[in-house]
Design a protein around this ligand. Structure first.
Ligand SMILES: Cc1cc2nc3c(=O)[nH]c(=O)nc-3n(C[C@H](O)[C@H](O)[C@H](O)COP(=O)(O)OP(=O)(O)OC[C@H]3O[C@@H](n4cnc5c(N)ncnc54)[C@H](O)[C@@H]3O)c2cc1C
Length: 335
């Protein structure tokens, strides 16, 4: 458990692929490391946008699902037990008179660190919440805004609420493992539907309810049991027995406040030098958050930039430190 005002060597803002690899690498360099993530989940855009899809362009891994990649990255980062802080959106970063940084989250909590690595991507993407009274109570329990933790939905009756193609993708991805999938759409079409999506949906066992909206989530002893739906054409209502709810109603974007943090910015991203140092001494950055000529927005680029940022932070903290870990051949970690 993090204690307020405990000083860390490296604080990484953002727990996406770049931040997680930075956390692993920072631990390997024996730096006292903390990760602060705005959301409930790690994995950044991979977890949020394509956990069920396969990724093919990571060296040495011919094919891996987004979800598995996030789990493996978390496992790798955990080898050095970094402090992981969730649900804290960092709003301010101040360099204090002693040279240490004070980071403040929207919750009011503060964090002290000798260096900072920004791995925030472009900012945060917040799912548009289901506008039903007690939805927030079940969020993270039986109500989800991402398909991360797909296994949790095995052999369950899953209600997906979406009028977007994402809802179709999720329904088809769950069809085989769930007991039953019900896809509820308040409209009569799905936005951004692919040419064969309608056919795939028709051939599937997914129960599609067009022109229906969720009016109420009904629980018993804290456990979600039923959803009350209303047919928007007829006004008729029905009760559905459900175990889990998945919602995709779009995403709201909030850009990272780089200028507020007094960092030099180009194309709305942090300007970095070849050592991934930002314009404020002691702040480094990596991944989708940064800009330099020919920058590519790839997970693999974020990994390289993360290790460079950590090596630069290590040298900043101790100019006599080695420039990098030259080989992990003799590296020992707990099994
Ligand atoms: C649909 C799609 C498919 C893609 N496919 C591929 C692919 O096949 N291969 C590939 O290499 N790349 C792919 N990419 C790109 C890849 O996902 C990104 O390059 C990668 O996610 C960047 O990682 P990151 O950690 O730098 O940023 P992000 O993944 O954006 O993670 C940033 C994290 O920082 C957190 N955060 C932001 N601001 C704050 C704050 N102020 N306080 C606390 N936390 C904060 C966010 O919540 C988020 O978790 C794809 C992207 C998309 C959208």
């Amino acid at each position: 458990m993090a204690r307020d005002n405990e000083l860390y060597d490296v604080t990484i803002v953002g727990g996406g692929p770049t931040g997680l690899f930075a956390a692993f690498y920072s631990g390997m360099r024996q730096l006292k490391t903390k990760v602060i993530e705005a959301g409930r989940h790690l994995g950044g855009k991979v977890a949020q946008f394509y956990p069920e899809k396969y990724i093919y362009d990571i060296g040495g891994i011919p094919r891996i699902s987004g979800q598995d990649l996030v789990w493996q990255m978390k496992e790798q980062a955990d080898l050095h037990s970094p402090e992981m802080v969730y649900n804290q959106y960092v709003t301010s970063i101040e360099k204090q008179a002693d040279g240490n940084f004070k980071l403040t989250a929207d919750s009011g909590e503060t964090h002290l660190s000798r260096t900072v690595i920004l791995a925030t991507g472009f900012g945060i993407y917040e799912p548009v919440r289901l506008p039903v009274e007690n939805a927030s109570k079940h969020e993270g329990g039986q109500l989800h805004y991402t398909l991360l933790n797909k296994e949790k939905l095995s052999r369950k009756t899953v209600m997906i609420v979406s009028k977007n193609r994402v809802g179709i993708d999720w329904a088809l991805a769950l069809e085989d493992q769930a007991e039953k999938v019900i896809l509820v759409n308040e409209s009569d079409t799905f936005q951004h539907m692919g040419s064969d999506d309608e056919v795939r949906l028709e051939k599937s066992s997914v129960d599609v309810k067009l022109f229906h909206e969720v009016r109420e989530l009904i629980d018993q002893d804290g456990s979600l049991q039923q959803a009350r739906l209303m047919n928007r054409e007829s006004g008729d209502e029905e009760l559905l027995a459900i175990d889990e709810v998945l919602v995709y109603q779009g995403i709201e974007f909030k850009a990272a406040p780089f200028k507020q943090w007094e960092l030099a910015v180009e194309k709305s991203k942090i300007t970095v030098d070849p050592g991934m140092a930002a314009s404020v001494e002691g702040i480094f950055a990596a991944g989708d958050a940064v800009h330099y000529p020919r920058k590519s927005m790839l997970i693999a680029s974020g990994y390289t930039e993360a290790s460079t940022a950590v090596n630069s932070a290590a040298l900043y903290l101790n100019p006599k430190a080695s420039a990098q870990v030259y080989s992990t051949v003799e590296y020992k970690y707990k099994e």
